[in-house]
Design a protein around this ligand. Structure first.
Ligand code: KG4
Ligand code: ZN
Length: 346
């Protein structure tokens, strides 16, 4: 008999549900993206929680139907507990609690960042530990050392904007729409990454933190009083040069952390993990270190419920279930994910 876990994800602007079989295989994965945010050039928290309320029921129904199962067949319900937008998390957690109660099934509260760094396992990737897990999305830029499942230490993070947020803000400055990452990725492919010399902040610092706000300011200055439509060559060069600065900043810190901790792999997750230049640069850097660079398929990079179901299944197997006391948590630090000071000093 296989074990089935229903995963639910509502931490940001995607309403998602998935059914995971035996902790690895997605029988279904439904994502209802909330288009309402596009016209604002970013996620509007109040609109997100409202939309989750409308979309979650039908999304869960579709996930069950597509997996050809019913709620009765499911062994547990896993839901994103945090971090994320509190109003959005509340909707998912309340819904999951109600389902668990109605179906008399255990409830598992999942850390969204933990799910991003294990998402590659959905493709069947074997991930050797210890590994450096980088969660790179619109809301997060975290560098984690994973000694195994459930054993994490946070070694570095962004001091200001998240990596995806930097892409989104620059896209907004250029009038390219939201989300910005995919369109900059595409435009950059035809540009010269050396055309503009943008800053790579903190790459010389001895820690594993990054910063993107100076880069964003430099791009704004370069745009100056230009307005769309931009010269296509100039636009492609600007996108390529900006992207190269982000990629070099991230790659420098990730590879340094992997080296300093004798990591056996680098695993990247989150929307930015689908960036082609980042994939190429990390793959090349990891060849030099003699370790694999592991990326999820693009569909598992951005927010999805399959990764929540996957981590939820593994937690279920370890008996890490919660009851009706499960509460959403907005910040990663409050989830017991911070690094002991001792370990940071290694
Ligand atoms: O993981 P995700 O779906 O949601 C969050 O938890 O934020 O990530 C979305 C972020 C957005 O900021 C988007 O611009 C970025 O990931 N992104 C990319 C690419 N695809 C999505 N950034 C760079 N290159 C891409 N190809
Ligand atoms: Zn995410």
């Amino acid at each position: 008999m296989s074990t089935l876990v229903l995963g639910i994800e509502t931490s940001c602007d995607d309403t998602a549900a998935a059914v995971i079989e035996d902790g690895r295989h997605a029988l279904s994965s439904i994502i209802a993206s909330q288009l309402v945010h596009h016209e604002f050039g970013g996620v509007v928290p109040e609109l997100a929680s409202r939309a989750h309320l409308d979309l979650l029921g039908p999304t869960v129904d579709r996930a069950l139907t597509e997996a050809r199962v019913t709620l009765d067949d499911v062994n547990a319900i896993a839901v994103t507990r945090g971090p994320g937008l509190l109003g959005s998390l509340v909707v998912g957690v309340a819904y999951a609690k109600a389902l668990a109660l109605a179906a008399d099934r255990p409830l598992v509260g999942v850390n969204h960042i933990e799910a991003h760094i294990w998402a590659a396992a959905l493709d069947g990737a074997e991930i050797p530990a210890p590994f450096v897990g980088a969660a790179l999305s619109g809301g997060h830029t975290e560098f984690i050392l994973a000694k195994g499942f459930g054993e994490y230490a946070l070694w570095g993070a962004t001091r200001d904007d998240a990596a995806g947020e930097a892409f989104d803000k620059v896209a907004k400055l250029l009038g390219l729409g939201f989300p910005g990452g995919p369109v900059i990725d595409r435009l950059a492919a035809d540009g010269d990454a050396r055309a503009f010399d943008f800053p790579r902040a903190m790459t010389e610092s001895g820690d594993y933190d990054v910063s993107f706000s100076g880069l964003k300011t430099a791009v704004r200055q370069k745009i100056g009083d230009r307005t769309p439509p931009f010269d296509p060559k100039w636009l492609a060069d600007l996108c390529a040069s900006f992207q190269a600065a982000v990629v070099e900043t991230l790659t420098t810190k990730i590879l340094r952390l992997a080296t300093d901790t004798d990591a056996r792999a680098v695993v990247v997750g989150g929307g930015v993990a689908s960036n082609r230049a980042l994939r190429a640069a990390l793959a090349q850097g990891c060849v030099r270190l003699g370790i694999p660079a592991i990326f999820p398929a693009p569909k598992w990079c951005t927010d999805n419920a399959a990764m929540i179901g996957l981590v939820g299944s593994w937690m279920l197997a370890r008996g890490e279930v919660s009851g009706s006391e499960l509460e959403p948590v907005a910040n990663l630090e409050e989830m017991g994910f911070a690094l002991p000071a001792l370990e940071r000093a290694l």
